[in-house]
Write a protein that binds this ligand. Structure first.
Ligand SMILES: Cc1cc2nc3c(=O)[nH]c(=O)nc-3n(C[C@H](O)[C@H](O)[C@H](O)COP(=O)(O)OP(=O)(O)OC[C@H]3O[C@@H](n4cnc5c(N)ncnc54)[C@H](O)[C@@H]3O)c2cc1C
Length: 621
């Protein structure tokens, strides 16, 4: 395999009219085929296109650049502005700074236990094994980790971890981590194209030839010609009404794009509801679902119901507030359902028993945010409730390589499934982005040949691109009565009500019926503005979210058991026969679902599992 020198990203302009195709009913069908659009677009050539500039995309790009390639990174926002910046609490690595007994097999065992043994053991072990090196690397690159008095990288408790393993920068870990990665990427002069939204991968179902999108500032169409596409475009938790993500991120772009390109999705029924989201009725709609970092519980925060009871004593007397996220989220949902919630539909989270100075030092963002809302958390409790936070499901990949099964298409980060199984251990997502990101970057760099410098594009793929440009033009011209914002809100409500914390067959089936109704309403879509408008962006988001919503409802219906974050009130028990992953593919007949058995972990991890490590919660008392 020949490594190639850095390539120019040549830009030329092409044009031509094409037919119309697309995801939304407004764009497809015979009627749409009659329309005729003048389609102009720029062509950009690159050896590797990285879609997404969060931690995962940045880490892949760094590795590619360090092996002599010049990838092109695109993202929907400005450089350094990705969902990753919202990660607060920390990043896991078995460094043993405070607890020397900790080691990677114990980290892996905690991850498998939290994932209810549905995780891909290889993915888990690669992450746990590589993380100490990735943390040292970030440290060398200038990430300002909190330190112990003797200068070691400090580590804090996080839910369901046996030892203090979570490295942190106050409660701004993601922001500082992304700054560090972007500084490194800029030092390596990796080109980044801001405000680009990819709407389709060019694929014949077996290999990719590039991607299509548009410049969100000018509205111009963009055709990326490349033989290697790395999807690092995040998850889909923002499809829910109440979520901890930024509103305009995490709509399921990565999963929808991958599925359409011929890749498989995995474990999409597993959505993590974080127990501690801000309660909109108390703090205002703009704060609804926003995360109160897990670090509050890690630093000793206690949960109380409206009767002043520390209710976790009933649900989890040993681990209390630091039990797994799904357990704590269900406990809160139960308290509220049984009438012991606050008037605003939440419960109280209180850290005021700790020293105010300590709280200010460890939780500065929380102190500031609640302070702005008139609550001094060193003295008074916060009102919180569960919020959709993270999607364990995503693209099915090989974790040594990032390969998706579609030639030239790789995926990484929250876009993929495997490390977290049925429930994610806090602090493991940032870990996955860099641990697996480096491996994927290494592998992709070995795949790029001299020919990939000037990739050609098959005629069929160019025609597909032009149909997509025409479809986008058609979408922008939608002049019906219902806005994409309204439909996105209705979709969020639908998922919250029918595929939320507590699910059952009747509710899921009703959710699917309502989804059909909602899809039908897209025929009456109205986009207010051109292709640079927020309304148009939301229309594209909607098209992606509709796809993942269907996949999510279908897989949640299929899994007739409760496991981790997926709780079926009609099947409340975990069924050992269901220790299987659910794989989704799109074929001519629509979506197809298949089960796949889970592999067994390696000997050191089996030993750690047998040892039964567990956090002694009362360390914190
Ligand atoms: C409030 C909050 C707190 C969290 N705290 C922690 C924590 O303490 N520890 C932890 O481990 N994890 C935490 N997480 C999870 C963690 O932040 C994410 O899982 C992780 O940052 C995902 O990184 P990523 O690079 O895969 O994706 P993202 O950071 O989501 O980046 C996705 C990128 O893809 C781009 N993109 C998306 N769609 C398109 C498209 N169609 N075209 C072009 N570009 C596109 C976006 O613009 C962005 O650049 C937290 C999450 C939230 C919401």
């Amino acid at each position: 395999m020949t490594k190639i020198p850095p390539a120019d990203h040549s830009v030329s302009t092409a044009g031509d009219a094409g037919g119309v195709d697309g995801r939304l009913p407004t764009q497809g069908g015979d009627e749409a085929d009659d329309r005729d659009h003048e389609v102009t677009y720029d062509v950009v050539t690159t050896p590797v296109l990285v879609i997404g500039a969060g931690a995962a995309g940045a880490r892949v790009a760094i590795e590619l650049a360090e092996s002599g390639l010049e990838p092109l990174v695109v993202g929907k926002r400005d450089y350094g502005d990705a969902h990753t910046t919202w990660a607060a609490g920390g990043i896991n690595a078995a460094l043993g700074s405070l607890d020397p007994e900790d080691d990677w097999p114990i980290h892996a065992a905690d991850t498998l236990n939290e994932g209810h043994h549905l995780n891909d053991p290889e993915a888990v072990e690669l992450t746990a094994k590589h993380m100490p090196d990735r943390i040292r690397e970030l440290d060398e690159w200038g990430m300002s980790f909190a330190r112990t008095d003797d200068g070691k990288i400090n580590q804090r408790y996080f839910g369901a971890q046996s030892y203090r393993r979570t490295c942190f920068v106050g409660d701004r870990t993601g922001e500082v981590m992304l700054e560090t990665l972007i500084d490194r990427a800029q030092a390596l002069e990796i080109p980044y194209r801001e405000n680009v939204m990819i709407t389709r991968l060019l694929s014949d179902g077996t290999r990719v030839d590039g991607a299509v999108g548009f410049d969100m500032e000018t509205g111009d169409g963009l055709l990326f010609r490349t033989n290697h596409v790395v999807l690092a475009a995040g998850g889909f938790s923002a499809a829910y009404r109440r979520h901890s993500s930024r509103d305009d991120e995490n709509n399921g772009d990565a999963q929808a794009l991958a599925l359409e390109a011929g890749a498989r999705l995995l474990d999409t029924e597993f959505v993590q509801f974080h127990p501690t989201g801000m309660v909109g009725e108390r703090y205002g709609d703009e704060w609804d679902g926003r995360l109160v970092t897990e670090a509050v519980r890690g630093e000793g925060g206690r949960l109380y119901n409206n009767d002043g009871e520390r209710f976790m004593e009933r649900y989890s007397p040993d681990q209390m507030e630091l039990d797994a996220r799904d357990v704590v989220a269900r406990a809160i949902a139960q308290e509220v359902r049984e009438g012991r919630g606050t008037d605003h539909g939440g419960v109280y989270l209180d850290i005021s028993h700790r020293d105010p100075e300590y709280i200010r030092e460890r939780l500065p963002t929380m102190v500031e945010r609640f302070g702005d809302l008139g609550v001094d958390i060193t003295e008074a409790p916060m009102e919180i409730g569960p919020t959709a936070h993270y999607t364990m499901g995503g693209v099915d990949i090989d974790f040594q390589t990032g390969e998706t099964g579609v030639e030239g298409l790789y995926a990484v980060g929250e876009a993929v499934a495997g490390v977290h199984g049925a429930n994610r251990l806090g602090g493991n997502s940032l870990a996955e982005t860099v641990a697996i990101g480096k491996l994927v970057g290494e592998h992709v760099s070995e795949q790029v040949t001299a020919d990939d410098r000037a990739p050609s594009i098959a005629d069929g793929q160019r025609a597909l691109a032009e149909r997509e440009f025409a479809a986008l033009a058609d979408l922008a011209a939608s002049d019906g009565d219902v806005t994409p914002e309204t439909l996105l809100e209705d979709l969020g409500e639908l998922l919250w009500n029918h595929a939320g914390i507590l699910r059952d067959e009747a509710g899921l089936r009703e959710g699917l019926d309502r989804l059909e109704d909602l899809r039908a309403r897209t025929a009456d879509l109205r986009v207010d503005g051109d292709r640079t408008s927020r309304s148009f962006e939301y229309a594209v988001d909607l098209s992606m979210s509709l796809i993942v919503a269907e996949v999510l409802l279908r897989t949640a219906l299929e899994r007739t058991e409760s496991r981790g974050a997926h709780y079926r009130t009609d099947y409340p028990k975990t069924d050992p026969d269901w220790r299987q992953n659910l794989i989704v593919a799109a074929d001519e007949g629509g979506l197809s679902l298949q089960r796949r058995g889970v592999a067994e972990p390696s000997e050191p991890v089996r030993e750690a599992l047998a040892e039964g490590y567990e956090l002694d919660y009362h360390h914190l008392e």
